[in-house]
Design a protein around this ligand. Structure first.
Ligand code: FES
Ligand SMILES: [Fe+2]
Length: 458
C-alpha cells in the first residue's frame, strides 16, 4: 500500500487530531505549533489545501487585451493565465510538454506566441502547440503527430465578476458556491463603480521568513494593531492632532471602545472583520450619495467601513482608506511570498485616484507604515515556534470566545449575510474567533485528503 505522506508519523487522518484543540464551549481553541513548522504538514497543506480546491489566480484587469499574459501560481505549480486572439481567458500549466521547462519566463506582457527557451517548441496564446522545431527531420511516428502537444489546461477556471480562480482539480464545487457569503465582500469592492473594480498598474512582491498562516491570521487580527505598529499609531495620532494634512486611518478607530466592530466566518475557511471608520478619509467618500442611490444605503455604509477579509486560502483584502489586495504564495514551511496590489473603482476621478495611490504607498507598501512591522513579527513568531523546548500543544485563539454566536447577528441579517458564526461588539473586543474557520478548514482538508488516498490505495 502507498503511504499518503513521507512522514512515518502522519499516515492516517487521526494522526492530525493533535493539531487542533477545538472546544469552544469550554473556552478553548488551540493550534499545535507543528502546523507552522513541520515540513511534512506543509507538504500536506500544499497538496490538500492549495492543489485540490479553488485558488485565486488573477483579476481580469491584469490581462485586459488579447494575447496578454500573466505568470501566477497554485502554490508551487506555475500557471500561465492568458487571453487568446479573441480575448478568451485560458489558464495552463506553464510547463513545456516536451521536457518540462518553464515556457514563459516573464512576469507579464503581451505575446501571440510563447517560445520554450530549451528546444524552441512554440505555443500560441490559446495554449496550442504551433511549432515543434525541426519536426520533419525528427523521425516522429504517426502516433506522435496525432497528439496535440499543447500546454496542459488547468482542470478548472472560473470568473467571479472579474476575479479569476483556478484549480488543478476538475471536481470542485461551482465557484459561486465555494465562495459562500464572502462573495458579498467581493461585491462590496466590485460595486464601488458601475463598471466594476480594477487592479491599478504596479505591484510589490516580497517575502518573509515565516509560515504563510502568519499572514492568513494577521490580515484579520485586530488585536495586534496597537502593539505591533507603534510608529504607525504615533504618526496617525500626530496627523489627527494637526501634525499633517494627510490622514489615512484615524487612531481613534482602534482604541475607542464605543466604535462598533465585528466579524463573520463562512463555510470553506473564508472570514471577514469590520469596524466603523472615518469615511471622510476615503477617496470613495466623495461618491457616497451616488452609491446610496445605486446600491442602497446598507451596502454603501459597508463600503465606508474598514473591512479586512480572506477568500480562503490565498486571497486577502484590506479595505481602509484605500484597498489592498494580497495574494499569498507559500514557498516553504517557513518562507512565504506576498504579492500586493492596489485596487480601485474603474473610472475614478484622477485626483481621487492619486489620493488612493498615495494612501496605499503610505500604509501598505513594503516600505510603508505597516508591512515591515508585520513581517518582522511573523519572523519573530516563527523563530519562537522553532523552540522545541516550548510547549507544542497549542497557540491560543481564544479572545472573544464567549461572544461568538452560531449563524448571523443583527448586522449580518441587515446585510443579507448568512455566516457560519458572527461576533460583534466594541472595537476593543479584537476577536480571535475569526481565525477558527480557516484552521478547521485546513485540518479538515488534510484529513479528508489522507482518507481519500488511503481509500484509493486499497
Ligand atoms: S523543454 Fe520545451 S522545447 Fe524542450
Ligand atoms: Fe499589521
Amino acid at each position: 500500500m502507498n503511504s499518503p505522506t513521507e512522514s512515518p508519523l502522519i499516515q492516517r487522518p487521526e494522526d492530525l487530531d493533535k493539531l487542533l484543540v477545538d472546544d469552544v464551549n469550554n473556552g478553548q481553541f488551540k493550534v499545535h505549533r507543528d502546523l507552522y513548522r513541520d515540513p511534512a504538514l506543509f507538504e500536506l497543506e500544499l497538496k490538500h489545501v492549495f492543489e485540490s480546491n479553488w485558488v485565486f489566480l488573477a483579476h481580469e484587469t491584469q490581462i485586459p487585451e488579447p494575447h496578454d499574459y500573466l505568470n501566477v501560481h497554485i502554490a508551487r505549480q506555475p500557471v500561465l493565465i492568458m487571453r487568446d486572439g479573441d480575448g478568451n481567458l485560458g489558464a495552463f500549466l506553464n510547463i513545456c510538454p516536451h521536457k518540462g521547462a518553464l515556457v514563459c519566463q516573464n512576469e507579464s506582457g503581451n505575446k501571440k506566441f510563447h517560445v520554450c527557451p530549451y528546444h524552441g517548441w512554440t505555443f500560441n496564446s490559446a495554449g496550442e502547440n504551433k511549432l515543434i522545431k525541426d519536426r520533419e527531420q525528427g523521425q516522429y511516428t504517426a502516433d506522435f503527430d496525432s497528439l496535440s502537444h499543447g500546454l496542459t489546461r488547468l482542470a478548472s477556471l472560473e470568473n467571479y465578476r472579474g476575479f479569476l480562480f483556478g484549480s488543478l482539480n476538475p471536481d470542485v464545487e461551482p465557484l459561486r458556491d465555494y465562495l459562500d457569503g464572502i462573495h458579498h465582500f467581493l461585491d462590496m469592492i466590485i460595486d464601488q463603480s458601475p463598471d466594476g473594480a480594477e487592479v491599478i498598474p504596479g505591484r510589490s512582491y516580497y517575502t518573509f521568513d515565516a509560515n504563510w498562516k502568519m499572514q492568513l491570521e494577521n490580515c484579520v487580527d485586530a488585536y495586534h494593531l496597537t502593539s505591533t505598529h507603534p510608529s504607525f499609531m504615533t504618526i496617525t495620532a500626530s496627523r489627527a492632532s494637526g501634525g499633517s494634512e494627510f490622514r489615512n486611518i484615524d487612531i481613534a478607530d482602534f482604541v475607542n471602545p464605543d466604535v462598533p466592530a465585528g466579524n463573520y466566518t463562512f463555510r470553506n475557511g473564508h472570514n471577514a472583520i469590520w469596524i466603523d471608520g472615518n469615511p471622510e478619509v476615503k477617496p470613495l467618500y466623495a461618491q457616497y450619495d451616488e452609491l446610496v442611490e445605486r446600491v442602497g444605503k446598507i451596502k454603501a455604509d459597508l463600503m465606508m467601513k474598514t473591512v479586512n477579509f480572506t477568500v480562503f486560502p490565498n486571497l486577502q483584502f484590506s479595505v481602509n482608506a484605500c484597498i489592498q489586495m494580497r495574494v499569498m504564495k507559500p514557498l516553504e514551511v517557513d518562507k512565504t511570498e506576498m504579492r500586493s496590489f492596489c485596487v480601485g473603482p474603474k473610472g475614478e476621478p484622477k485626483e481621487l485616484r492619486k489620493q488612493r495611490i498615495h494612501q496605499f504607498e503610505d500604509f501598505f507598501n513594503p516600505t510603508g507604515l505597516a508591512t515591515p512591522d508585520d513581517s518582522k513579527v511573523y519572523e519573530s513568531v516563527q523563530y519562537g515556534l522553532a523552540a522545541h523546548s516550548a510547549s507544542a500543544s497549542g497557540l491560543g485563539h481564544e479572545r472573544g470566545i464567549r461572544n461568538v454566536i452560531q449563524g448571523p447577528d443583527d448586522y449580518a441579517i441587515e446585510l443579507g449575510l448568512n455566516p457560519a458564526t458572527s461576533s460583534s461588539g466594541g472595537s476593543e473586543l479584537q476577536d480571535e474567533t475569526v481565525f477558527h474557520a480557516s484552521y478547521r478548514e485546513i485540518v479538515e482538508r488534510m484529513k479528508s485528503g489522507i482518507a481519500q488516498e488511503l481509500d484509493h490505495a486499497k
